[in-house]
Design a protein. Structure first.
Length: 256
């Protein structure tokens, strides 16, 4: 099974490039973030012909997550069960009866002195508690999405530009590092220990892709059971190079 995670930065605005991905059919399951459309208004009619089951947890104008799969999607949870949140950031499900996927669009937080930053840290704390139950589970569990955290300075094209910015805040990095220290694997980094690569390239600043002015904000984390199934994990830049692109690349992995 090939799984893609992609922040689409508006499913309506970038429907054409997303349809290109569905039409190609390379990915069996796609975890999508930042839909920017409420569930009732999700444009199913644009995607139904491509053979994917779809679960949507949307929100008007902001946030929103969806999981597409050619396989069955069951045991669906929309919203983190242990955290009351007005924002649509969390969609958990079991795909093909054999792998549990947690699709997340984690809070950005703006700057460390922003009123949005405490929410980011509260959300991360709740998520830390929630995923504890899955770390040593015999069930394969994969967390994927836009984490809005650049884990280390090598995940930032120019670290000096991100001092006091929430995505590089030491407190946020420490929370994510605690997941890895506990036993979750940062799948791409595990398979590319020395590579410098990014999953986000801004629209401003000219040819940010060509100039490699990016950030690594999108991740797959896997519990030990899932890691035994994962064959590879690569950045798929095609969505960022589309005629009307999202500002994120896709991140893909293949499981046995």
């Amino acid at each position: 099974m090939k799984i893609l995670t992609l922040n689409i930065n508006s499913i309506r605005a970038h429907a054409e490039s997303f349809i290109d991905i569905l039409r190609a059919g390379e990915y069996d399951t796609i975890m999508v973030q930042e839909l920017k459309v409420e569930s009732a208004g999700f444009p199913h009619n644009l995607f139904d012909e491509y053979g994917y089951n779809i679960k949507v947890f949307g929100q008007k104008s902001w946030n929103g997550v969806a999981t597409f799969s050619k396989y069955s999607i069951e045991d669906v949870t929309m919203g983190m069960p242990n955290y009351s949140d007005v924002n649509a950031r969390f969609l958990e499900c079991v795909v093909d009866g054999r792998v549990r996927l947690i699709n997340v669009y984690m809070p950005n937080g703006d700057t460390i002195d922003s009123p949005k930053f405490p929410y980011k840290m509260e959300w991360l704390a709740a998520f830390t508690k929630y995923i504890e139950q899955y770390l040593h589970s015999p069930e394969p569990v994969i967390i994927g999405g836009d984490f809005n955290i650049a884990l280390t300075d090598r995940d930032l094209w120019k670290p000096a530009n991100y001092v006091n910015i929430a995505i590089a805040a030491p407190a946020a990095r420490a929370v994510m590092q605690s997941w890895i220290d506990a036993g979750w694997s940062d799948v791409w980094r595990t398979m590319h220990p020395d590579e410098i690569a990014y999953t986000w390239f801004g629209y401003r600043g000219g040819d940010t892709v060509g100039k490699n002015m990016g950030l690594r904000l999108d991740y797959f984390l896997a519990n030990p059971t899932a890691m035994q199934m994962i064959k590879n994990c690569e950045i798929d830049i095609s969505a960022r190079l589309a005629a009307k692109p999202t500002d994120h690349c896709g991140l893909m992995l293949t499981i046995k």
